[in-house]
Design a protein around this ligand. Sequence first.
Ligand SMILES: [Zn+2]
Length: 363
Amino acid sequence: MPFSELIAQERAVGSLRSALRRGSLHHAYLFGGPEGAGKARAAVLLAQAANCEGGQAGPGGLREDPCGACGPCRKIERGLHPDVVVLAAERTMAKAGRWEPKGGRAPSKDIVVDQVRDLVDHRLAMKRFEGRRRFVVIDPADAMNPQAQNALLKTLEEPPEDTTLVLVASSPDALLPTIRSRCLRVSFRPLPAAAIAARLQEEGIPAEEARVAAALSGGSLGRARAHAGDAARRPLRAVAQAAALRPDDAGAWLAWAADPGADPAQARAKDRDRKAEVKELAPEICELMLVWLRDVLAVQAGADRLAVADLEPATRRAAAALPPGEVVRRRGEVLRTMRALRQNATSQLALERLMIGWFHGRA
Ligand SMILES: [Zn+2]
């Protein structure tokens, strides 16, 4: 698969491809940008392109795009190439059976200094096995604790021959300045919702569902995929239900906060499952509510293209019933609820407070 599989990252991809064309890869890259923007995928494609044996090599001796089909490309894709080393959080590697914490302690959620020492003292001390260029992908690099980062400094300063390190980080500025200054930064931007929706449609997801999933994705294709399909229906139902609630029916909005978006045709979930579901759903419902309230304002301003066409009847009703100032106030309540959820407020309580705020002003 060539670099064109990455969407809306022309700048980042352009700089990597031009380095491949010249045959002069940097020894250390820092791929920064939000979760789901394609950073990790770009690291795999880069390692493939540099080791690809299919097609014609460019003037610098490397392929500008991997073929995806030759031996090295396939091995790298499957994580089986001996010259492509991946370093992840200790817990992730332990789970995959690729690492055992020293001294029998429990695996950490960080990348720890032992892992970096093992990389530097053993794996990088060996000769390359079969590839043209060795790659070390550290993902997420911002999971390296300060000791681990310090243990990597010397390698970043004097890297072994024909080796490229790729540090993948959604918070690159959390890395030590000494690490950052030794890497060439490649920035990945959040994917625009329209580009995500278009990609999901290419993958066979119906247009409306694709747009909702894209609106909820926060610029991440992976998250958008998770929202598509059935997962997209429940936040939609929840917002439609909330839009139909009446200020004088407290019983109904308390029931909504306890099980928002519940499908009336389905049996009620067990209490424990329901709580876990609501916890997961509450932030998504709030995000969709923001998009929906923006639609309400758009209708009031005379627009006729809505971000969430599925909710159009509710949108038109709300646009006719509420003054714009009230819609803006309700958006403020939703934002307040989102902050509370991020600070670990109980989801059901947060949604109850949201409804009180909606109907009766600040609680
Ligand atoms: Zn290939």
